[in-house]
Design a protein around this ligand. Structure first.
Ligand code: GLV
Ligand code: MN
Ligand code: MN
Length: 421
């Protein structure tokens, strides 16, 4: 499997790689990501898996008939002994098992975040076929669009659209840095919620590279996800007075950069005080000139915490400190929440069942995933593959071919368990 993984991986490795940083520029619906979507169709064709689209930019390759069956009616396809009946009991014996992930990257991101889940899904299908295993319900490989939110600002945009968690009109109007709207990039207005399609899925299992070092510490190649920390993005817009850097007396300035700098330090301090995470990784300055006091600074706060009330307290503390500093600087502050993802606790029965099946550890994560969005709608699980550097959203992200192969074998066992009995 290690050789087959490498061969498949080499097929996508050059796509969107920046020669300078070694990282990836695979923004949703731009040329590199469109090439990856073509690769997806080719892989599906090679395996005789018809591809359907949901009108939101998400692709689905079906091992099984995409038109057969219908919304689920009874028969707990994924129910294990501890499975919560409310989350699994109304799902059909014929409901499809969905797997896959996303192709898009953050700017100069790593190779594995996203694509590993799609490549592994196709290889897991091969693994089951080679073993002569036949699914009794469809296995579906998905490529979700704009998971990172790196182009249009809202993470997990494709899965939020499919599940109705974002309004189609709002999504249509989201614009990238060049002013292109999501609807323009997609070529049409997104279709929005598709409860009929969603109802065809009995479970979702997303395989993903681990984005920390827990598996290095646990000395294990694969883990099962237990939860995703609640998290979100807040835009802090600070307006002051643009002016000449050489002639404006220090006492006369209304400099939003000062308020911004204070806000960044406050975010770091408030997060540390709460064992939470706060990051300001993106900033826009106007007019962005060395010899001008800025007129406007916009910073994006990414905040995450283990508990929702901790997250709320963190963001409120940063907002209050920024507002207080703005008063002293003579600047104006507007805070806008751009996205929010509540605490996700994956289906406990399913996680325990998969952890038992794979003899794998169970881990929470602070990273967001389409699995976190889908978990509110169907029994969902995640598999994590060890990342020796523990680094992610960076070219330093890594995974060995042997661990990726172990991930494929683990995913194949999970798909067999969920779709083939
Ligand atoms: C996605 O990777 C996120 O956690 O922001
Ligand atoms: Mn990511
Ligand atoms: Mn990801």
């Amino acid at each position: 499997m290690t050789g087959r993984f490498r061969e498949s991986w080499d097929g996508i490795a050059p796509i969107g790689r920046d020669a300078g940083s070694g990282g990836y520029l695979r923004y949703a619906l731009t040329a590199p990501e469109l090439r990856l979507r073509e690769w997806f169709r080719t892989q599906a064709d090679l395996r005789g898996m018809p591809v359907s689209e949901d009108g939101n930019g998400n692709l689905f390759a079906w091992w099984g008939d995409p038109d057969a069956g219908g919304p689920s009616t009874g028969g707990p396809a994924t129910a294990g002994p501890n499975t919560d009946a409310q989350t699994t009991g109304d799902r059909a014996g014929t409901g499809a098992v969905l797997t896959g992930s996303h192709f898009d990257s953050v700017p100069h991101g790593g190779a594995y975040d996203g694509p590993l889940g799609i490549v592994s899904a196709f290889l897991a299908v091969d693994e089951l076929r080679a073993a002569g295993v036949t699914p009794v319900r469809p296995v579906v490989v998905a490529a979700f669009v704009e998971e990172e939110g790196a182009r249009f600002g809202v993470p997990c945009l494709g899965s939020r659209l499919l599940t109705g968690e974002i309004d189609a009109d709002r999504a249509a109007g989201l614009r990238d840095a060049a002013g292109v709207s999501f609807a323009e990039a997609l070529g049409h207005r997104p279709a929005g919620a598709d409860p009929a399609l969603l109802g065809r899925f009995a479970a979702f299992v997303e395989l993903h590279v681990e984005q920390g070092r827990a598996l290095v510490d646990a000395d294990a190649p694969v883990a099962v996800g237990s939860a995703i920390w609640p998290h979100g993005r807040w835009r802090f817009e600070l307006r002051g007075e643009g002016n000449h850097a050489g002639t404006t007396r220090m006492a006369d300035r209304r400099d939003p950069m000062l308020t911004f700098a204070f806000t960044v330090l406050a975010a770091n301090k408030e997060a540390r005080l709460r064992d939470a995470h706060a990051t300001v990784g993106r900033v826009a300055v106007e007019p962005n000139a060395t010899n001008a006091v800025p007129s406007r600074v916009t910073g994006w706060l990414d905040a995450r915490a283990a508990a929702p009330e901790t997250l709320d307290g963190l963001v409120e503390a940063v907002r209050a400190k920024a507002a207080e500093r703005a008063r002293r600087d003579g600047t104006e502050l507007t805070v806008t929440r751009e996205s929010a993802t509540p605490l996700v606790t994956f289906d406990g029965g399913l996680a325990d069942r998969l952890a038992g099946l794979l003899a794998a550890p169970v881990l929470p994560t602070g990273a967001g995933h389409d699995a976190g969005v889908l978990a509110a709608h169907l029994p969902t699980a995640m598999l994590f593959v060890r990342n020796p550097t523990g680094v992610s959203h960076s070219p330093a992200e890594s995974a060995t071919d042997a661990d990726c192969a172990a991930g494929v074998v683990a995913l194949a066992r999970v798909l067999e368990e969920l779709a083939c009995h």
